[in-house]
Design a protein around this ligand. Structure first.
Ligand code: GLY
Ligand code: MN
Ligand code: MN
Length: 437
């Protein structure tokens, strides 16, 4: 069966995720999860479909209009977990392409009972009347705002109108706690995303020279992603040369890379819906200037030291404070701030923030800024980015380095340890004759 570009994922991942979610549910409750909408573009076109991360996490189902229902201890035997998918048959497949058969959906998700969507009203009504409580899912990322209402929420509103006397609960707090800790299968998928990202970076090292355009670099990256079975980018890539290296969310990627400038690239392949998140900064002409190299090495030192701190028990608040201190000392050495600036600084707006204005780490997984609770101390199984940077617009010089790190009960494991990062190695690779496959 050819359903996705990625290899078949062991359904135990999804079975276990459902089991862990169900364990957190209150008694006599039902939880309903929807796939993402197909997002309209213009005319009769839609944007490329991307599955809802939560629905995927609980089922592995990767097509629109899929629904998962969890009802632990349901009195109706066999209905503890069920799914609904869009009806298909040989005739529909000719017009619309292949969609999951019930058997395929069952095999992918490990959910035994898979029904057609047009059977949902009848089946779900009966189940809801057997439950006292309903869990509704919604995007509770506190940095997310959108006028577009999700399928999950639309359905939630309908349920509330139809069943006003049920008790309603939030699925997200449970999902956040579960998704923060990655299983071995998930780490394996993130590792594949990192490996594809590595290949793309090496391709870029062969390609970049003065005069290339930022979007030509972007084209090299997407070429390598797609040919390696990735869905594409896990987030909009930042390919910024010169002054653009100082723009944190630069996505125009339309300028020429000039001799003597650096090129900051923040990109990550998405494989099986899991994403990598890499940043590298390279010299456009293959050799860092003395000043660029000094700033580069300072950022690399902070990245290495910060990585060591990603161990169980540390709180993210303490971690960020410590990294701030490391950065402070580097910026003093680089003569960008003075000890005096630090002495007189407002502790809510420390001096280092002038040159390093963003956080150092975020959870990574199905989403680049993955579900997580930033008030829970670091635990084994979490995957974080580590991404310090120094941005000096007056020198048209922005340097950020970013690797993806798995927390363990021992030393942190750098999932990007094989991706070139030492300045000498980058220079050497940029100055060897490329051998393209
Ligand atoms: N690429 C987004 C980030 O680094 O957080
Ligand atoms: Mn990041
Ligand atoms: Mn990034």
């Amino acid at each position: 069966m050819s359903i996705s570009r990625y290899h078949k994922i062991n359904p135990n991942l999804f079975k276990l995720n459902r089991k862990r979610f169900a364990r957190q549910m209150k008694s006599k409750s039902i939880a309903i999860f929807h796939s993402n909408d197909l997002m309209p573009r213009n005319g009769d076109q839609y944007y490329q479909f991307r599955q809802n991360s939560d629905l995927f996490y609980l089922s592995g189902l990767d097509q629109p209009e899929a629904i998962v229902v969890l009802f632990p201890n349901c009195i109706k035997d066999g209905f503890e977990e069920i799914a609904f998918i869009k009806r298909t048959n040989a005739h529909i497949a000719i017009w619309e392409g292949h969609k999951y058969t019930q058997e395929e959906a069952s095999e992918i998700s490990g959910i035994k009972k898979v029904f057609w969507l047009d059977e949902m009203d009848t089946i779900l009504t009966e189940l809801i009347l057997l439950a006292d409580r309903i869990y509704i899912n919604s995007n509770e990322n506190d940095r997310y705002q959108s006028d577009v209402i999700s399928r999950d929420l639309r359905f939630g509103h309908e349920l509330m109108k139809k069943y006003p006397t049920h008790k309603y609960h939030r699925s997200q707090p449970i999902l956040k706690k579960l998704a923060m800790i990655k299983s071995d299968i998930e780490v394996g998928l993130i590792q594949i995303a990192c490996n594809i990202t590595d290949q793309a970076f090496r391709r870029v090292l062969d390609f970049v020279k003065p005069g290339v355009l930022e979007y030509e670099v972007e084209a090299e990256i997407i070429y390598e992603f797609i040919r390696s079975g990735a869905n594409g980018h896990g987030y909009n890539p930042i390919i910024g040369s010169g002054i653009n290296s100082c723009c944190l969310h630069y996505n125009d990627n339309n300028k020429e890379c000039k001799n003597g400038d650096v090129l900051l690239m923040d990109f990550g392949a998405e494989y099986a819906n899991y994403t990598a998140d890499l940043t590298r900064t390279i010299p456009v002409n293959g050799k860092f200037t003395k000043r660029q190299r000094k700033v580069y090495d300072a950022v690399l030192k902070v990245m290495r030291n910060a990585t060591e701190m990603l161990v169980p028990g540390t709180t993210l608040e303490d971690y960020h404070k410590e990294v701030g201190k490391m950065m402070e000392s580097e910026l003093i050495d680089l003569k960008l701030i003075t000890k005096h600036d630090v002495e007189k600084q407002d502790k809510n707006a420390p001096a280092y923030k002038k040159y390093f204005m963003h956080g150092t780490s975020h959870h990574l997984g199905l989403d680049v800024h993955d579900l997580g609770d930033r008030y829970i101390p670091i635990q084994a199984g979490m995957v974080f980015t580590c991404e310090p940077g120094i941005y000096i617009p007056e020198e048209k010089l922005g340097i950020r380095l970013e690797n993806d790190i798995l927390v363990t009960d021992h030393q942190p494991i750098d999932l990007m340890a094989h991706i070139p990062v030492e300045a000498e190695e980058i220079e050497e690779l940029m100055n060897t004759i490329p051998i393209h496959s």
